[in-house]
Design a protein around this ligand. Structure first.
Ligand code: 5GP
Length: 210
């Protein structure tokens, strides 16, 4: 019986290291597909169009909204970010577990549209470490770092809406925990109706044959 893919949303404060965790997860296991978002943010050094993001102008992004090409979109620190629909739907049908690495407003919109979505929140062990990582990244001005820290304080209120919280202190442990959570999620009763129906039917058949 073909296993259905799970839609997984991974959120976490900017600087929590979710990007690194996701990259490692994809390196270590083959059943994951990572959705690439569209954004109006300018590329950071080293980022490539179509790899980290599809970089769009505001006009292009608004056209995607109008054509209903996005599952969800949100504004985050002055820019638009959104999830293209077609890739996600294709990969889920192919049985892949599809990961959306998106912020909290988008996460809640996805959960509302697709209630079976698994919501994971990745956090550094404490706030000092978060600031240290944002500064260490060296890609943002102090002003942007401060606004991302303020945004993190707002986002912290939303953590309780998630299904699981994973601490990213040691990368390997965080990756393994995330993978284990997703694997267990496949065993949830509501995700296995076909299997249960099949077993029920077989057992009824066996009982009749007695
Ligand atoms: P960054 O600018 O650091 O790449 O991303 C900023 C925030 O936007 C992160 O929290 C990231 O997870 C989120 N984000 C990235 N893509 C999307 C998306 O498609 N939709 C939403 N709602 N958030 C996104």
């Amino acid at each position: 019986m073909k296993r259905k893919g799970i839609l997984i949303v991974v959120s976490g404060f900017s600087g929590a290291g979710k990007g690194t965790v996701m990259k490692e997860l994809l390196n270590c296991y083959d059943n994951y597909a990572l959705s690439i978002s569209a954004t109006t943010r300018k590329p950071r050094e080293g980022e490539q169009n179509g790899r980290e993001y599809f970089f769009k102008t505001i006009e292009e992004f608004e056209k995607m909204i109008a054509k209903d090409e996005l599952i969800e979109y949100a504004r985050y620190v002055g820019n638009y970010y959104g999830t293209p629909r077609s890739y996600v739907e294709k990969q889920l049908e192919a049985g892949k577990d599809v990961i959306l690495e998106i912020e909290i407003q988008g996460a809640l919109k996805v959960k509302k549209k697709y209630p079976e979505t698994l919501l994971l929140f990745i956090t550094p062990p404490n706030a000092k470490e978060l600031k240290r990582r944002l500064i260490g990244r060296g890609t943002e001005t102090m002003e942007v770092i401060e606004s991302r820290m303020r945004r993190a304080a707002e986002e912290a209120e939303g953590m309780s809406d998630y299904d699981y919280i994973v601490v990213n202190d040691h990368l390997d442990i965080c990756v393994e925990e995330t993978h284990n959570i997703i694997q267990s999620e496949h065993n949830r009763v509501f995700r296995n109706e076909d299997l249960m129906n099949q077993i029920e039917e077989e057992l009824r058949g066996e009982a009749k044959g007695e």
